[in-house]
Design a protein around this ligand. Structure first.
Ligand SMILES: C[S@@+](CC[C@H](N)C(=O)[O-])C[C@H]1O[C@@H](n2cnc3c(N)ncnc32)[C@H](O)[C@@H]1O
Length: 231
């Protein structure tokens, strides 16, 4: 009996392997979504092999993923984007417009540059910077912002103060939408560099043991929260 030009036996064996892997992941107490991945990974690999896709396809897919996610395995911060509702909520957190005065805003891990371009259009009296470590999002945001004179993106790590742009003392508002993993380290950086009175805003992820001064519930798909600290 054949399925997709594939003998059923390898698929059945792959399912058997998947069941064992899923059982082990349950026993190890991994999150529930891991069970589904463990269950389906080997059968999916067997099915893919049966399609006889040229190996170059996988190489190209891998290179695109690499350029998109880069060092996520190390930073533990993947690319996902703030909603438009977050962009709008951020506009209201910017310093009040004052004739002849300006302010500086940075998005740490600026992704595709959506936050920066929206704010730069909504409040042209500010200067907006972004730092992004993954090459493809950086390139995308660089192309997106190059016609906006009050907006610049830099390729590099938010932890690299040699970049100049990552010294948080220069900013009135620092925004980050990262993950739970870097928050304690980021708080330490913000506390040691940011000026008194400036704002530190984290989307979704809190700082362990440091409650925000204010929170703002945003009516988007994920019911996001902006956590706001005045330094
Ligand atoms: C969750 S996304 C947020 C994107 C964007 N700020 C937004 O709100 O739509 C986080 C981004 O931070 C980037 N990132 C993670 N760690 C970084 C680091 N150490 N330095 C620079 N960028 C980083 C990731 O590549 C990713 O694009």
């Amino acid at each position: 009996m054949r399925l997709l030009d594939l003998h059923l036996a390898p698929l059945a064996f792959a399912l058997f392997c998947g069941c064992i892997a899923a059982t082990f992941s349950r026993m190890a107490g991994l999150a529930r979504w891991w069970t589904i991945i463990q269950l389906l990974f080997v059968p999916a690999a067997v099915l893919m092999l049966s399609l006889n896709i040229p190996p170059g396809f996988f190489l190209i897919a891998f290179l695109i993923m690499l350029a998109l996610y880069w060092s996520t395995f190390r930073t533990q911060v993947p690319l996902y984007l703030s909603s438009k509702q977050i962009w709008h909520a951020l506009v209201n957190q910017l310093p009040p417009a004052t004739p002849g005065a300006s302010f500086r805003f940075i998005d740490l891990g600026s992704g595709l540059g959506g936050v920066l371009t929206h704010l730069a259009r909504a409040r042209p009296d500010g200067h907006y910077s972004g730092v992004e470590s993954a090459p493809l999002p950086f390139l995308w945001s660089w192309l997106r912002t190059r016609r906006q004179p009050n907006c610049t993106v830099h390729w590099g790590s938010i932890w690299d103060n040699k970049l100049g742009v990552c010294d948080l003392a220069q900013y009135d508002v620092v925004f980050a939408y990262l993950s739970p993993v870097p928050m304690a380290r980021l708080w330490h950086k913000a506390r040691s560099e940011m000026r008194p009175g400036s704002l530190f805003i984290s989307s979704t992820f809190t700082v362990p043991e440091h409650a925000p001064h204010r929170t703002l519930q945003v009516d988007d798909l994920h019911h996001s929260t902006l956590l706001i600290w005045r330094m």
